[in-house]
Design a protein. Structure first.
Length: 620
């Protein structure tokens, strides 16, 4: 092992990393990783240390890799220290490949540098490779067991469409799902993703041997799984099928972690390539929330012959962890190729317009649902979401500021309004508890309104907003002055608890236990509609949730949403984040903050450094 005295460059690199850490451009773990690998390197250098630390930082910020081309030749501390900068790309690449700890694709080294100067921690390069290979393999497998006559008849029965020149993309998506082992269904809120899935399940059961299919339903979080289960249960009742046929359509959904089976140590999954899931079909909702590592592990565990159906909104925020898998899969996919359009038109009887062949080999596996049944063409929230997606900042501002029906869109400049509105709503929740409303009614009241914020910390962050609303409720005498647990407190779990079968993101309400003891307990509304009661002492990892981050709100819907912007621009703010916040609202959206910050966010698209798109094209 090398020592600092043997290699003066290690000392130079350490000093450079320390400077970057002092200015919060790196975290301690980034510096420790760089220092460790510098000691292991055959040729350590400041360039190597920078690359390692910046790659670790990029991964923690949601990128799969570090794009050297994008970061080369940059001053890292402009105006502070002109000597702390990254080298030119060619020199950087040479230094890395000669270091002894950075390899080319396929080499077993701690880091991998590909031909396009993307630098990966080895495990993330491996995740991306495995995921690309699994997606392409599944996409190329067309089901030969589908009885096409039965499929056409089933489509007519379950969709019951009338003669029209407009394409029913839900029907196209359903046909695609039966004809291939990979289908991606993307659409905004209210475009019918869940109702399409229910019909897909009905079509699968109608096929020869369909009653024997082992079908799994999953979502990334407990909240999203509960919503999927409730939506499927409600949508089944609308199908023109017999009670016996409806009973064959599954509705029990689970989280991905529960599906894969977290080990007792919590360090891995019971299901993997050597111990695959016992499934013939897997439907995964809210796929935009799934990171590259978890998606790779899921596809490892899914049998190769099984159908995979991904549902999500490609315009939503990407996962909190590294990657933007759904966005990468859907990139450049705006419709079917001529060959696929002709085949689907023959089966569905639908007029299907084809588009040019895309570079993305998954083009014919992606179906976009274009019609929103929740928001009409002149819906204020729908029009606002569309303007945001197009990056039309001025139009978005006009839409919110103009008077509309039932004040569906409102703009408040006074930040104190957030606390006032929040306290008023949650005071009503307390009144509902005093009235003796049912627990189900209390959950309806809770989900009728929610405050969303872009940041967790800071003056306009979730922590401060929750503290502010709590203080107001205490001042108004709605909740006790000192107690941390009180009736009406909404809480959200921040970790999975496998013993309690409760998962990160699940929301509960603190209430007197119904056994009459007067003891406070936390009620959770299960996906099956049942109420579970858990003692607060068993919930160390939860927090008050009058307000929550936009990221945590994914997979949820509320009647009314108030989105509280930070006072100043932040790298977290982007078009996708604002779109996600707006589309959580079903009836009313209120924006609090400055016009400048709002418009800046809409002009910034979320950019995740990843090689998945290129891998798909190269491996096809």
């Amino acid at each position: 092992m090398n020592s600092v005295s043997d290699h003066p460059q290690i000392a130079q690199a350490a000093a450079q990393l320390k400077r970057l850490r002092e200015h919060n451009l790196l975290e301690d773990l980034d510096c420790h990783m760089a220092s460790f690998l510098m000691q292991e390197a055959a040729q350590p250098s400041p360039q190597l240390a920078l690359a390692i630390a910046l790659t670790c930082r990029a991964t923690d910020e949601g990128h799969v890799c570090l794009d050297l081309q994008q970061h080369a030749g940059r001053a890292l501390l402009p105006g502070i220290d002109k000597n702390v900068k990254t080298p030119p790309a060619d020199a950087w690449r040479t230094a890395l490949l000669s270091s002894g700890v950075v390899g080319r694709p396929g080499e077993r080294q701690p880091l991998v540098l590909d031909e396009r100067n993307r630098l990966y921690l080895h495990r993330y390069w491996d995740y991306e490779q495995r995921l690309a290979d699994a997606l392409l393999q599944r996409a190329s497998d067309r089901s030969e067991q589908v009885e096409r006559g039965q499929l056409s008849a089933g489509l007519k029965q379950l969709f019951q469409t009338t003669e029209t020149a407009t394409t029913d993309w839900q029907q196209v998506a359903a046909a695609n799902a039966l004809l291939s082992n990979l289908t991606v269904i993307s659409g905004g809120p209210g475009t019918g993703k869940t109702s399409t899935v229910v019909r897909i399940l009905g079509l699968l059961r109608q096929q020869p041997g369909g009653s024997e299919l082992r079908i799994g339903l999953a979502a990334p979080t407990g909240m999203a799984a509960a919503r999927l289960q409730q939506s499927i249960s409600g949508a089944k009742a609308q199908l023109p099928l017999s009670p016996a046929q409806l009973d064959e359509i599954p509705e029990q959904a689970s989280t991905l972690h529960r599906l894969l089976g977290v080990t007792a140590q919590g360090t891995g999954f019971r299901h993997h390539r050597e111990n695959p899931l016992l499934l013939d079909v897997l439907i995964l909702d809210e796929a935009s929330m799934v990171d590259v590592a978890l998606m790779a592990k899921l596809l490892d565990a899914l049998p190769g012959q099984a159908r995979l159906i991904l549902l999500g909104d490609r315009d939503q925020l990407a996962s909190v962890e590294a990657g933007a898998v759904l966005g990468d899969i859907c990139a450049g996919c705006e419709g079917p190729s001529a060959e696929s359009a002709a085949s689907l038109a023959q089966i569905t009887g639908q007029p299907i317009e084809s588009v040019r062949r895309s570079d993305n080999p998954l083009q014919d596996r992606v179906v976009l649902l274009r019609h929103s049944y929740r928001f009409s063409a002149d819906s204020p929230i729908g029009c606002l979401a569309s303007a945001i997606n197009q990056g039309e900042a001025e139009q978005a501002v006009r839409l919110i500021r103009q008077d509309g029906p039932q004040d569906a869109l409102t703009w408040l400049a006074d930040e104190s309004e957030t606390l006032a509105l929040g306290a008023a709503h949650f005071a009503q929740l307390g009144q509902a508890i005093e009235r003796g409303d049912s627990v189900e009614q209390l959950f309806q009241q809770l989900h009728a309104f929610r405050i969303l914020a872009a940041l967790r910390e800071g003056p306009a962050g979730v922590v401060q907003l929750n503290q502010g609303i709590t203080s107001r409720l205490r001042e108004q005498g709605v909740i006790p002055q000192q107690a941390s647990w009180y009736a009406g407190r909404p809480v959200m779990l921040t970790r999975n608890d496998y013993q309690l079968n409760l998962y990160n993101g699940e929301t509960g309400i603190v209430l007197p236990h119904p056994d009459g003891s007067g003891e406070l307990s936390v009620a959770f509304n299960g996906a099956d509609g049942g109420i579970r009661w858990v003692s607060p002492s068993r919930l160390p990892y939860c927090e008050t949730v009058y307000a929550l981050t936009v990221h945590k709100s994914q997979g949820s819907e509320f009647q009314r949403v108030l989105f509280h912007l930070p006072r100043q621009d932040s790298p977290v703010l982007c078009r996708e984040l604002v779109y996600t916040a707006v589309t959580r609202a079903k009836q009313q959206f209120t924006l609090v903050g400055s016009e400048t910050v709002f418009k800046t966010a809409l002009l910034r698209g979320m950019q995740r450094q990843s090689g998945l798109q290129d891998r798909l094209e190269q491996m096809a």
